[in-house]
Unconditional design. Structure first.
Length: 156
């Protein structure tokens, strides 16, 4: 699996160097960090600049995609903590966006944990089909998802 990601990151950095209008978004820290840690200083400097300028963005910030490897909320928290610590240490970077592409749907817990970990936006792949149809009809696909329980944020 790492070999696949190595090819992706090598191609991405090459393409971003070549064309200043391009951007790239990635979602897992583990494969990215494994690749990055094996790069020479010139490539590391390039990657640091790409992240600083927003041309290379890391979303979520988890070590892995937690919807496939973290069965419990405590596992999600540890997964996000490990990835975000590495990003902070290497780049002084904190992801501002999150996404959940889980084909089985999304939970209030996931939305809450992403929000409380600093995500300003959560992009999701699946919503209830009736909700989606209503939102498409009313042009309301963008919405604020408030978990059904009180948390540290404003409930309004």
């Amino acid at each position: 699996m790492q070999e696949h990601f190595d090819k992706v990151f090598n191609s991405v950095v090459k393409a971003l160097r070549k064309d200043a209008t391009r951007t790239f978004t990635h979602y897992e820290v583990r494969f990215f960090s494994n690749w990055y840690n094996r790069q020479n200083q010139q490539t590391k400097d390039t990657v640091q600049n790409l992240i600083r300028t927003g041309r290379l963005e890391i979303v979520n910030g988890g070590w892995d995609v937690h919807d496939t490897v973290c069965p419990h909320y405590a596992d999600i928290l540890l997964n996000m903590q490990r990835g975000k610590q590495w990003l902070k240490q290497e780049f002084n970077y904190a992801p501002r966006a999150a996404w959940s592409l889980d084909q089985n749907g999304n939970s209030d817990t996931n939305a809450r944990l992403m929000g409380e970990s600093g995500a300003e936006a959560l992009f999701i792949r699946h919503i209830d089909p009736q909700d989606r149809d209503m939102r498409l009809k009313l042009n309301l696909m963008e919405f604020v998802w408030r978990p059904d329980f009180y948390h540290s944020g404003n409930r309004d």
